[in-house]
Design a protein around this ligand. Sequence first.
Ligand code: AI9
Ligand code: AOF
Ligand code: ZN
Length: 363
Amino acid sequence: MSNHEFYMGLAIQNAKAMKGQTDPNPLVGSVIVNDNRIVGVGTHLKAGEPHAEIHALRMAGEKAKGGTIYVTLEPCSHHGRTGPCAEAIIQAGIKKAVIATLDPNPIVAGNGVKLLQDAGIEVIIGVLEQESIQMNEVFNKFIVEKKPFVTLKAGASLDGKVATHTFSSKWITSEEARRDVHQLRSENMAILVGINTVLTDNPSLTARIPNGRNPVRVIMDSTLKIPMDVNVITDNQAETWIFTSKNHDETKKLRLEERGIRVFVTSGETSVNPKEVVEILGEHLVSSLFLEGGGNIHASFLEHQLVDKVVLYFAPKLVGGKEAPTFLEGTGIVDMQDAIDLTNTDIEKIGKDFKFTGYPVYK
Ligand SMILES: Nc1c(/N=C/[C@H](O)[C@H](O)[C@H](O)COP(=O)(O)O)[nH]c(=O)[nH]c1=O
Ligand SMILES: Nc1c(N[C@@H]2O[C@H](COP(=O)(O)O)[C@@H](O)[C@H]2O)[nH]c(=O)[nH]c1=O
Ligand SMILES: [Zn+2]
C-alpha cells in the first residue's frame, strides 16, 4: 500500500462514518500531511456546514503550508452554502493535492482541479477512486439525476415469502438482521410502503437504533383509505407524506393535513405512478429512498426501472403456500431471458440470516 493509499484510506474511513448524516451532500473526508506527519484531519459532517477540507485546514493552521492535502472528492470551486474549498487550499499554501475522484456535480466537475493546477499545485487524481465512488453511490445519482437513489428491501423466507398465507409474519428474520435494517432505514432520507403494508402491519417505519435518524415515511395510497389511528399518523415519530391519485376523498385529505400529514395529489386518475413519486421526492431534495414493500410496490418500482439497489434478507426458513405473499408480486416477466439480472452481487451472513445485495441491470 502506497503512502497515498494509507492517507486516502484514512480520509475514506472518516467519511464513511458520517453515512446518513450529510444528505443530500456527499460523504467527504480529508487529511493534510506535512513532512510525513498528519497535521490536519477533516470530515464533512452535515449539509450546509463546513466542508471536509475546511475542517482539515483549520486543524492544520500554519502547518498546512507546503503540505499535501488528501481529499476523497474533488475540492469544490463554487460558492454554495460554504465558500469554495479550492480557494481555501490555495490560500493555505498547500503544495500538492491528492484526490480520489472528480465531483460528479455538474457545477464542480473539473473546475476545482483546474483552479488548483492554475495556482501551481500538483494534483494527483484516482487514488482509491472506486472506494470513494462506491461510498457515494447515493450522491452520485442524486446530484446528476435530481432523483433519489432507490433501495428495495425485503425480509423473506428462503422461498421468498414475507408472511404465511394467514398473513402471520413476525418474525421471519432475526433480531440482528432487523437491527441491520434499522441501520439502513437511518441512512435513508425517506422510507416507502404501500397502503396494504400499513393495513396489515401497522408499521412505525422508524429507525430504532441508538441515535437512529427517522426517515420521512412515504405512503402510496391512491384513494386515501389510510385509517386515522395507525402509527404513521398518530405516533409523531417522523414526518409522513402520502401520495394519492385524483380519485381521493377530499375531506379525508383535509383531515390528514390537519394532523400535519403532507398529501401529494399525483396526476393518476385512480393510481399513483411511482415515477412521479420519485420525481416529487427528488424535487424535495430527498436523495435516498428505502422501499419496504409490499410485493406489489416492489414489482411496480422494478417495472418502472426505478430500483437502483436490492437488499434482501433471507431467513433459513421455509414457509410455502401458494397464497402466501412474496416480496415480489405484480404480473412478472413473461420469458425467463427477460428476468431482471442483478450485478455486483454480495452475500453476507447476519446471525443465522443471509443478507443479499445486488444492483438491477435493466434491458
Ligand atoms: N416481518 C419482517 C419484516 N417486515 C417488514 C414490514 O414491511 C413492516 O415494515 C415491519 O414489520 C414493520 O415494523 P416497524 O414497526 O416498521 O419496525 N421485515 C424484515 O426484515 N423481517 C421480518 O421478519
Ligand atoms: N461536501 C463536500 C463537497 N460537496 C460538494 O459541494 C456541494 C454542496 O455544496 P454546499 O451546499 O455549499 O455544501 C455538493 O453538491 C458537492 O458537489 N465538496 C467539497 O469540496 N468538500 C466537501 O466536504
Ligand atoms: Zn468544498
